[in-house]
Design a protein around this ligand. Sequence first.
Ligand code: GDD
Ligand code: MG
Length: 334
Amino acid sequence: MKAVILVGGFGTRLRPLTVTTPKQMLPVVDRPMIEYVVSTLKRGGVSEVTLALGYKEDLFRAAYPDAVCDGVSLSYAVEPEPLDTAGAVRFAADAAGIDEPFLAVNGDVLTDVDVGSLWDRHRETGAQATIALTRVGDPSRYGVVPTDPRGKVLGFIEKPNRDEAPTNWVNAGVYVLEPEILGRIASGRRVSIEREVFPSLVAEKGLWAVKSEAYWIDIGTPSTYVQAQLDLIDGVRGAAMAGIAADARVDEDAEVERSVVMEGAAVAAGAVARDSIIMEGAVIERDALVDGSVIGPGARIGEGAKVTGLSIVGDRVSVGAGLLVDGSKIPSSA
Ligand code: GDD
Ligand code: MG
């Protein structure tokens, strides 16, 4: 089975972290986001993956020089310019020579959605496309998808106003697509699968959906980038993972509470890290506080400084001793 993973977005909501690293190469506890996505596909029977790349594509190639990720073979399709979600699927599928039904997934979704049962349902209904749905509290950030009781899709409304969403079931970003769909996507220009392709399939009654109660999170925002990692160390998704890397240096008089401390990072005596992500090589100096925030790779939080309220401190940025950073991104210009 073949799959296309969309990984070419700019990751703007995760700046400044995505200034240096494309979103799907950002680490999630102990490995890049993309590896979780590939693992989910592998469990569903996928053996060949094409990465639909654009922004900072070289960093993907560098990470997988032998073009294998988690035992799945990778190929790379690099768009000359961003073609949006459908344009990217077409470009990548053409590059990979796909001429049979295939999977396409958003590269920033961590999920245990059962890809095999999506595939089975696709065969049963004879749909043009079958998409997985997940239930969320606030559907306005997502593609909202009302269905009939059998799962035939009745509408696809991308990011409606909250009071205009007809249901809490939303597009989970995992699709089985017939190859005929590719011919309907204009080549060489931006085409959105959510705003153009799916609505036109709905009009033809060719779009079906499968509801999933499995773990699901889109980690494209600061709050979900933190939440997904806390879920992994809390054991919300499978067995609890260790939050503190083997070679991280946490002083015995530091307090690390429900946080991820990545390779080579250090937390000094008297410092507190709570509900936070301390990335590779970051240093939290004495008596500093990091609460509900992300400290980027190689960043330094000075003595007694406080970083709170979903702040993001960018790569190698220093926060001076005693400063307060609350609910901010630094540098803010990124
Ligand atoms: N190759 C390529 N080219 N990839 C792209 C492009 C592009 O032009 N634009 C976006 N992507 C990739 C992103 O990197 C990401 O992996 C995926 O496509 C989805 O883009 P996001 O920017 O993360 O979209 P979203 O989260 O706002 O909304 C999408 O995902 C939701 C579920 O997580 C939509 O598909 C919604 O309908 C859906 O509910
Ligand atoms: Mg997203």
